[in-house]
Ligand binder design. Structure first.
Ligand SMILES: NC(=O)c1ccc[n+]([C@@H]2O[C@H](COP(=O)([O-])OP(=O)(O)OC[C@H]3O[C@@H](n4cnc5c(N)ncnc54)[C@H](OP(=O)(O)O)[C@@H]3O)[C@@H](O)[C@H]2O)c1
Length: 241
């Protein structure tokens, strides 16, 4: 899709990949609604990006927050052309030391949050398809941990493997509604991710840059209507330098 004047919702827009997605999308002429809990960070991003970026305070784990956010976006923008399900976190450690809260926060953010946001974005996209023959595009940011299991990241692996299954199902379910679904599997990226409480420093010292991942995601979004890149795997060439 040509991103000029398209309405794109990016979750987890207050740091890391979400910031870079928002920057590049606004540079392409899209109208970006950025969701996250830290409103001040979103507002600071709006100061940089200007009127093309709209901060929306939203905890993606909360059904009420998500419904309110999407209803507000639809009321203001009238449509949703793309949704980038990016909000996510990982809390790592030996399985017998993982607390139930650590398990649940990952499930609730990385899976429940994606479901809640997707459920709000699909009806307007179906309406757009009925009106124009093209519905929109949902991009799910999984991880290489959605393809490869490793010690001490079992809960995170479970969420990202789960997101792969959800994405593949949606890709097949929604294609006849003119809605594309893509799942992205980045390896280690230089963001705040590893500094979140409970996260383990990555063994990779030469991590990918978030702007490079953003360039790929925008490329996926910009494909012609009848051309779907359904999965992308990216990793550092030399993770340990
Ligand atoms: N960095 C990596 O190495 C890497 C590799 C592969 C995949 N990924 C995936 O990429 C995505 C983005 O991660 P990142 O590396 O950019 O990490 P990050 O810098 O820690 O950013 C995570 C974003 O998610 C948001 N978020 C977390 N919980 C949320 C909630 N309950 N409601 C709304 N927003 C929430 C955070 O915003 P608030 O805290 O303001 O709510 C923040 O904007 C994640 O899904 C992650 O699993 C990362």
């Amino acid at each position: 899709m040509n991103l000029t004047d398209k309405v794109v919702v990016v979750t987890g827009a207050s740091s890391g990949l979400g910031v870079e997605f928002s920057k590049l999308l606004v540079a392409k002429g899209a109208i970006v609604y950025g969701l996250a809990r830290r409103l001040q960070k979103l507002q600071a991003l709006q100061d940089t990006l200007g009127d093309g970026f709209h901060p929306v305070a939203c905890d993606v784990r909360s059904e009420g927050d998500v419904k309110a956010a999407f209803s507000d976006i639809i009321q203001k923008a009238g449509r949703i052309d793309a949704l980038v399900n990016n909000a996510g976190l990982g809390q790592f450690g030996p399985v017998d030391e993982l607390t139930l809260e650590e398990w649940e926060v990952q499930m609730d953010t990385n899976l429940r949050g994606v479901f809640l946001c997707t459920r709000e974005a699909v009806p307007p996209m179906k309406q757009q398809n009925a009106a124009t023959g093209f519905g929109g595009h949902i991009v799910n940011i999984a991880s290489i941990a959605g393809l490869i299991g490793n010690p001490h990241i079992g809960a995170y692996n479970a969420t990202k493997f789960g997101l792969r299954g959800f994405s593949e199902s949606l890709m097949k379910e929604l294609r006849d509604d003119g809605i594309k679904v893509s799942c992205i599997y980045p390896g280690s990226v230089e963001t705040e991710f590893a500094s979140v409480a409970g996260a383990r420093p990555s063994s990779s010292t030469h991590r990918m840059q978030p702007e490079d991942v953003a360039a790929t995601v925008v490329h996926v979004l910009e494909g012609p209507d009848n051309y779907l890149i359904s999965e992308v795997v990216m990793r550092p060439l030399r993770p340990r330098g």
